[in-house]
Design a protein around this ligand. Sequence first.
Ligand code: ADP
Ligand code: MG
Length: 321
Amino acid sequence: MTAPTDDIMIQASGLTHFYGPQPAIDDVNFNVKRGEILGFLGPNGAGKTTTMRILTGYMPPTQGQVTIGGHDVVKDSLQVRKLVGYLPETVPLYTEMPVTNYLRYMGSLRGMNNRELKRRIPDVIELCRLNDYSKTIIGKLSKGYRQRVGIAQAILHEPELLVMDEPTIGIDPIQVVETRRLIQDLGKQQTVVLSSHILPEVSMVCERVLIIHQGHIVAEDTPENLAQTLQGVDQLQVEINGPPREVSIALRNIEGVIDVNHRNQPDREVYLVRSEEGLDLRDEISRIIVSNGWGLLSMQLMSMSLEDIFLRLTTDEDSQE
Ligand SMILES: Nc1ncnc2c1ncn2[C@@H]1O[C@H](COP(=O)(O)OP(=O)(O)O)[C@@H](O)[C@H]1O
Ligand SMILES: [Mg+2]
C-alpha cells in the first residue's frame, strides 16, 4: 500500500471553483503525502470548505483535477469514496437515533456488511471515546460529543484519508483539547487533512500548513516556522564588506538582535539580522560596522509580506466565532 513510488495521497492541480461570477478558489495546487497531517488555515470565506468538498468528491471543481491515491475524484468517485472519510462543516446527524444505530446506518449506506459493522463499530466507539454514550440518542449529546460521532462515522469504513472541515468549531475548550488529541491519534494511522481559521489549532495538530486567503494559497510552511514569523520580529538585510566570522559575532552582540543569518552570495556578504519588533537597529549596526573599519554596502528593512499580515490577523485564538 505504501510503495515508495506511490507516496502521494492527494494531488490537486489547478482547482478553481465558481459559485457566481467571482471564483471561490482560484488555481489551487498542492500535494499531500501519505501519512501526513496537513492543515488548511484561512479566515472565513477563504475557500477552505469549497476545497474540502472538492477533495472528497462531494462537488466537482469548475476547473482542475484532484486525484486521491491515484484515482480521479470525479471520474472514479466510487473508488474515492472508499478511500476518503469526510467530516463536513456541519455533520448531518440523525438526532433521534442512538449513537450505535446511527453508525450502523451510516456504515450500511457505505456498503459495509453486517460482519464488518460488528467488528468495526466497537472499534470506532472506543477510538472516539464514546463508550459511555453508545446507546445515547444523538440529540442529547453535547456538541463536543456529537462531533466525536461525526468523526466516528467518517472513519467507520477505515478510509486511508480523513478530511475534516473545522473539526473543533463551536465546541467547548475541554472538548477542543480532547478532539485535537483524537485527531493526532488518528493521524498516526492515516493521512489527515483538516481546516481551521485559527493558527494555534493547526500548529498543535499539523505537520504542514497551507494558508489560504481569498481563494489562493498564499503560504506553505511548518507550524514551527509560522510561529517564528509571528513572534514579532523585524528583519534587516545588511550587506557588509568584512570578515564574516567577526561580522556575525559583532552583529549578534548588539542588544535586541535575536538572530543573524549569514548568506554567502557570489561577490557579496549578506546578513539577515532579526530583531525584536519595533526596535530600529539601523543606527547601531552602522556605527559598529564603521567603528570596526568594515564597509557597509547596503541596509534594507524587510517589510512584512501580505502573508505575515494575514497571519497576524488570524492568529488570535479568541477570534474563534
Ligand atoms: N453554496 C455557495 N453559494 C455561493 N457562494 C458560496 C457558496 N459556498 C461558499 N461560497 C462563497 O465562496 C467563498 C469561499 O467559501 P468557503 O469555501 O465556504 O470558505 P471557508 O470555508 O474558508 O469559510 C466565499 O466567498 C463564500 O461566500
Ligand atoms: Mg468553511
